[in-house]
Design a binder for this molecule. Structure first.
Ligand code: ADP
Length: 425
């Protein structure tokens, strides 16, 4: 069995893809798994990102799942562990960043790690321990109104201290801006003071490279996806074209969109205006008549044989809220996720081998319905959205599939057509 260099545990699916994408850009060959794998890897790679759905579940469950992932990664002989969470530090006073970090430190017998959520390229910076989103402090960025993890305190030293048994300290910008050696001296100083976790200031993307270098000897690092840019070099890996290489794409092409975010609305509209074959799914029709979905699916499958096809439930905020009032928010969401997942399965059965899914939750539902358990990460189409390669269906009848999972607000207006050009280039 080939060993891996970097083993990552991500607390949600699209965050895992974001991390995997950064590792590929920095030169690593990466597989992302859906949950903790129960089978061996399909191929030998440098890094594995295990994606969990542990961001907002009960802390005990998050700890249990993260330790299961850790055990699997240790069995693959991972040399360093990376706990990935959101760049806006999404968590509550109960967790889950603190409790999961504590548990991983215990399991790895590790007395010091860093917490580095910043990713300046994505406008997330940390200065004197305070997290900024663009020019706004975290607690004035909209994150204070998040439905599950409202962030009312921008000082991450304080935020993390409320969640962890470890003493929390700060590696301030003075050291991060200086050199990897200065950062390591600060690590040593904090360690002597009994600090277990250090928040790291990061203002420019270059800071992540120095910080990554300074983390070479740490058994565990924690942070957002940005920290990934500085780690592969510690293993002698540099950016290269091979890391993103996937098998040749084959089969029919389709897009399935359940995202109602602004960027996706423009992408759907643009696709239709350009004369693309598009089929809308109306939640109320599908709710009232199960045959409606069967009919649209049949039409879409037929159209896919002629060329690229889009099936979408993407709609305007006004229509969305009307439907949500009639069916309920959860019910309408679940109905569309299941409907689009069903359509995706039918398209793949009919020979679609290149599939884009728009929407974070929608992607989760589609990947689950397609029974995809591992994805090799390929080239980036637009910032944060790569093509991936995996197998759909049971192992006995697995079908090769190129798939791109686009969360709501990602991608340019012509994403649905340009993505396929990137794939065949
Ligand atoms: P995003 O990444 O843009 O947030 P998601 O897929 O995560 O997209 O979330 C969109 C949610 O909206 C999903 O639960 C989806 O099923 C639901 N949805 C999509 N279209 C409709 C619609 N026409 N009416 C009601 N809910 C919808």
């Amino acid at each position: 069995m080939a060993s891996i260099l970097l083993g990552s545990i991500a607390d949600d699916f699209t965050g895992a893809t974001d991390l995997a994408n950064n590792l590929v850009r920095a030169g690593m060959r990466v597989v992302q798994t859906v949950g903790v794998p129960d089978v061996a890897l399909d191929e030998s790679v440098d890094a594995v990102v295990v994606s969990l759905k542990s961001r907002t579940i009960a802390p005990e469950a998050a700890v249990r799942e993260s330790l299961e992932a850790l055990n699997w990664l240790k069995a693959q002989q991972a040399r360093q562990i990376y706990f990935k969470y959101c760049s806006t530090f999404d968590s509550t006073d109960q967790g889950n960043i603190g409790p999961v970090t504590d548990a991983l430190m215990d399991a790895l017998d590790c007395d010091f790690t860093i917490a580095a959520p910043a990713f300046p390229d994505a406008a997330r910076t940390v200065f004197q321990g305070h997290l900024f989103v663009g020019e706004a402090l975290l607690n004035e960025s909209g994150m204070q109104d998040h439905p599950l993890t409202p962030m009312h305190d921008p000082n991450l030293v304080r935020v993390l201290q409320r969640q962890t048994r470890q003493a929390v300290g700060l590696v301030s910008y003075r050291d991060v801006n200086d050199s990897a050696q200065a950062i390591q001296s600060r690590f040593a100083q904090l360690r002597k003071q009994g600090v277990g976790i250090a928040i790291a200031d990061v203002v420019h993307n270059d800071d992540l490279l120095r910080l990554g270098q300074a983390c070479q000897a740490l058994p565990l690092v924690t942070g957002g996806s940005g920290l990934a840019l500085g780690l592969p070099a510690n293993f002698g890996i540099e950016p290269n074209h091979q890391s993103a290489q996937l098998p040749l794409a084959q089969g029919l092409r389709a897009v399935v969109s359940g995202s109602c975010s602004r960027a996706t609305q423009s992408q759907v509209q643009h696709f239709i205006e350009q004369g693309g074959q598009a089929f809308a799914i109306d939640p109320l029709s599908v709710h009232d008549d199960p045959n409606a979905l069967v009919e649209i699916t049949a039409q879409a499958v037929d159209a896919a044989k002629r060329g690229l096809v889009l099936v979408y439930s993407t709609t305007t905020p006004q229509q969305l809220s009307d439907v949500q009032q009639q069916l309920g928010v959860q019910q309408a969401g679940a109905l569309m996720e299941q409907s689009l997942a069903q359509v995706a399965c039918a398209l793949v059965r009919a020979g679609v081998g290149q599939l884009i899914v728009a929407g974070g939750e929608t992607s989760g539902a589609v990947v689950q319905a397609l029974q995809i358990s591992q994805l090799r990460i390929g080239a980036q189409i637009d910032a944060g959205v790569p093509w991936c390669f995996g197998h759909a269906g049971r192992p006995s009848s697995a079908q090769p599939l190129h798939i791109s999972l686009k969360s709501g607000n990602f991608g340019g207006v012509d994403f649905f057509t340009r993505a396929f050009e990137v794939l065949s280039a």
